[in-house]
Write a protein that binds this ligand. Structure first.
Ligand code: UFG
Length: 322
């Protein structure tokens, strides 16, 4: 039975991962400061309230318990906020992550799965984006994630710490059983906001820009179901536990959908009226972000189950309508 520490296990992606690990009978410890996560989203495992900035707490935890691997989901994720408050992002996403890595090193835990992002690539030079694409982030958020990716390469060379960096494109959807879903506060992501407009929790959805160089003028993104994302983490964990080397993977479906297409699909799925208001472009949004995820399929045997946009929205709708 693998012993896994899930840092940020009360958040959107972390909580789905904890459920997945529980189904595989792993011994799970969740460490979360509940700054963005929800205690009731942690369906299984031991819960420890705390922050990775707290070295003493980390040292105590790693002394008390042994771990085969650490999965790290605890970071700030808003591009706009990272531009306004870079210090918050560098401190938490970089400095606190290094703190965690140092305690892992002291404790001899040498396997790490890291939540990275498409934002490490910056403006796409070509599409779809594969792992060879240059990483030139255009905002502090993307830079913080790239810095950790680079630190992990150095930790591997110097200390033998093996890691998998998973670069998510647009994580979306919800647990197909309806137990878990996206509950960010404030919510900034398109699909939950569109569904809040459908359920009446919000008056409308704003479309940030209709003048992009795309067929309908709205931004194109590659939405990947949270369950498929978690499966990629699970396969990455198995890969590390069986002694494979460090690796980075881009995770998406390789299909781009425009903001307008997402709204149209949400209208079909929900059967509701969704009011749309046109708004200016949001700073830092590339026109198109689509993943080439062939490497994850080849090397990990990853096979997304819910690649269809309507299924992704349907599961998110089930959660929104709970
Ligand atoms: N959008 C709207 N209206 C909204 C919210 C979003 O039109 O109310 C648009 C955005 O402009 C964007 C698309 O919907 O074109 C998707 O936006 P999200 O905020 O849902 O997702 P992002 O593509 O901005 O963000 C994702 C990840 C980030 C990562 C980023 C990389 O969630 O962590 O991709 O650029 F940094």
């Amino acid at each position: 039975m693998s012993k896994i520490l899930v840092v940020g296990g009360a958040g959107y992606i972390g909580s789905h991962m904890v459920k997945r690990l529980g189904q595989a009978d792993c011994e799970i410890t969740v460490l979360d400061n509940l700054s963005g996560g929800h205690r009731d989203a942690v369906l299984t495992g031991d819960f420890v309230l705390g922050d990775i900035a707290d070295t003493q707490l980390l040292q105590g935890l790693f002394k008390r318990k042994s771990f085969d691997a650490v999965m790290h989901f605890a970071s700030f994720i808003q591009v706009g906020e990272s531009i306004q408050e870079p210090g918050k992002y560098y401190r938490n996403n970089v400095s606190n992550t290094l703190n965690l890595l140092e305690v892992m090193r002291d404790s001899g835990v040498d396997k790490f799965i890291f939540s990275s992002t498409a934002a490490t690539f910056g403006e796409p030079r070509y599409s779809p984006i594969d792992e060879e694409h240059p990483q030139i982030p255009i905002n502090p958020y993307g830079r913080t994630k790239l810095m950790v990716e680079q630190a992990l390469q150095d930790y591997d060379l110097a200390y033998g710490l093996k890691s998998v960096c998973l670069r998510y494109f647009n994580a979306a959807g919800a647990d197909p059983d309806g137990q878990l879903g996206e509950r960010h506060d404030p919510e900034t992501h398109l699909i939950p906001l569109v569904l809040m407009a459908a359920s009446g929790r919000r008056p409308h959805i704003s479309v940030f820009g209709r003048d992009y160089d795309t067929p309908d003028g709205t931004c194109i993104r590659d939405y990947i179901h949270i369950t498929d994302l978690c499966e990629a983490h699970w396969l990455s964990l198995q890969s590390l536990l069986s002694g494979n080397p460090s690796q980075s993977y881009n995770l998406g479906n390789g299909n781009g959908f425009s903001v307008q297409e997402v709204i149209d699909a949400a209208r079909r799925v929900t059967g509701k009226i969704i009011k749309v208001v046109d708004a200016p472009r949001r700073h830092g949004d590339p026109a198109t972000l689509v993943a080439d995820a062939r490497l994850a399929k080849e090397k990990l045997g990853w096979a997304p189950k819910y690649a269809d946009l309507e299924t992704i929205i349907e599961h998110a709708w089930k959660f929104e309508s709970r």
